[in-house]
Design a binder for this molecule. Structure first.
Ligand SMILES: [Zn+2]
Length: 119
């Protein structure tokens, strides 16, 4: 194997490693429609903020998402939309159909995207 193939293989493996977690897959599904803040992911996924931030760090280190601070809120967006093709392909391979769609705008979410009037 040449060095170039090894690098490409390593890069692909690192990407799969970053995606290989149910919460990180769920986070990316939330971000599929655009930038969202951590508090939104907290409301939609029902996980603690510290836990979500930890998963976001891994996605950021892999170069899949970027963060942006706006006041007290941290927003994240996907900068490598190619990952959605990978996720869609993985869902096609899964024996179980997906667990349904994640609500785009849950009524109880306090984030500025869900409640623009409260800003
Ligand atoms: Zn929200």
């Amino acid at each position: 194997m040449t060095a170039a193939t090894t690098d490409a293989a390593t890069e692909a493996a690192e990407l799969f490693k970053a995606l290989a977690h149910p919460t990180r897959v769920a986070i990316l599904e939330v971000l599929r429609h655009g930038e969202e803040c951590v508090c939104h992911m907290e409301a939609v996924l029902g996980k603690r903020q510290a836990y979500i931030s930890q998963q976001l760090m891994i996605l950021r280190a892999a170069g899949i998402v970027l963060d942006r601070r706006d006041g007290l809120n941290m927003f994240y967006r996907v900068v490598r939309p190619e990952v959605f093709a990978v996720l869609d392909a993985a869902r096609g391979l899964a024996s179980e159909p997906g667990s349904g769609t994640i609500p785009l705008r849950p009524a109880d979410c306090p984030c500025p995207n869900c409640h623009p009037a409260t800003r």
